[in-house]
Design a protein around this ligand. Structure first.
Ligand code: NAG
Ligand code: NAG
Ligand code: NAG
Ligand code: NAG
Ligand code: NAG
Ligand code: NAG
Length: 291
């Protein structure tokens, strides 16, 4: 059997390859005329220019629609939750129980409140939120390039909580039967609690159980109002020094000194009857002063 392929020497191969690179007979470079090569190059240049343009356009559009100071992923939450301090939970219930004749017991409650109020102390608020807000109005702020997108926040100082500020009585009433609790509403970016600016949200506590044991409830600030100037909240990056407005309630307990309380933040856009979220718009807790 004769080999079908004729054997060629290395010299011949090199010659073939040389002819492929530059064929002087028909003037082609790697099998194509220089003119064709120019067209091919032009085609690829145009191709990559278009691809680059498309890619840049896509990136630009993405960056343009992304505001780095607004979280691109926000909670679907519509109505805020409400919390109470001292936050002493007992199996999913909040139970604020303390012993007036046991210093360790009531100091524990006072310590929780003191710690919670630390960001609200005069020094901190003067340093971070040294700004006078117009009360009774939403504090809308626009982006301005010079502000680096950082927005102001209204100060809320401990002293606004009057007898529950911990300033005049560092025990917050836990050394006797007049304990203070602090109500806080969770933040929702952009949330406006009411459509009617003449009626701001306020805290209303009601006794669910043990009416006869609660003689009096006092609200601080006056009427338990959360001023509108603390809304809307713009987010952690945009408004790093924001503090939630607070409402403190002082209960005067008598007789058995035990009651089940519900505190609700009342406002037309705050719902509180969500079966799946018992903390939406309200908080329920047991208050118990032992002896
Ligand atoms: C309250 O504290 C006092 C003093 O420590 C103690 O004698 C008393 O038993 C405590 N009361 C209750 C109900 O735990
Ligand atoms: C406020 O808190 C800071 C620590 O966060 C503390 O150094 C300062 O003394 C406090 N100011 C007042 C008036 O309590
Ligand atoms: C707060 O602002 C006032 C007036 O703008 C200024 O005099 C004061 O020094 C500021 N306080 C702090 C702690 O920055
Ligand atoms: C509780 O503490 C306050 C402030 O320290 C004090 O004025 C008050 O007399 C105390 N009450 C009792 C019952 O010890
Ligand atoms: C609040 O105002 C918005 C638009 O202005 C309206 O769609 C909404 O129904 C109002 N809500 C209430 C509770 O009045
Ligand atoms: C607080 O809530 C109770 C019970 O829902 C209601 O009877 C009372 O009128 C409310 N008070 C205010 C000031 O809204």
């Amino acid at each position: 059997m004769a080999a079908l392929k004729e054997k060629r020497s290395c010299g011949q191969r090199c010659e073939d390859f040389g002819r492929f690179v530059w064929n002087s007979d028909n003037g082609t470079l790697m099998g194509r005329t220089p003119e064709k090569w120019v067209y091919i190059s032009l085609y690829y240049v145009a191709f990559y220019v278009v691809m680059t343009a498309l890619f840049s356009l896509a990136i630009w559009t993405l960056m343009y629609t992304l505001d780095p100071y607004a979280p691109d992923y926000q909670d679907r939450l519509k109505s805020p939750g409400v919390m109470v301090w001292p936050d002493t939970y007992l199996e999913e219930k909040v139970q604020i129980a303390y012993n007036t004749s046991n210093k360790e017991s009531w100091m524990k409650m006072a310590k929780i409140l003191t710690k919670f109020l630390q960001p609200y102390n005069e020094t901190n608020q003067l340093e971070y939120n040294n700004y006078t807000c117009t009360k009774g109005k939403y504090f809308f702020q626009n982006f301005t390039p010079t502000s680096h997108h950082i927005k102001r926040a209204c100060p809320f100082t401990q002293s606004m909580l009057g007898h529950c500020s911990g300033l005049e009585d560092p025990t917050f009433g836990y050394n006797c039967s007049m304990p203070c609790v602090i109500i806080k509403m969770n933040r929702i970016i952009g949330f406006l609690p009411t459509n009617h600016t003449d009626s701001p949200p306020y805290v209303n506590c009601t006794v669910l159980d043990g009416h006869e044991n609660v003689e009096k409830m006092e609200y601080f600030p006056n009427k338990g109002i959360m001023d509108l100037s603390y809304f809307p909240y713009y987010g952690k990056l945009a408004q790093p020094t924001y503090v939630n407005p607070l409402v403190a309630v002082r209960f005067s307990l008598v007789k058995e000194k035990s009651a089940k309380i519900q505190c609700r933040v009342v406002s037309d856009k705050i719902s509180y009857e969500n079966f799946y979220d018992p903390f939406e718009g309200k908080v329920i807790f047991e208050l118990k002063a032992l002896k």
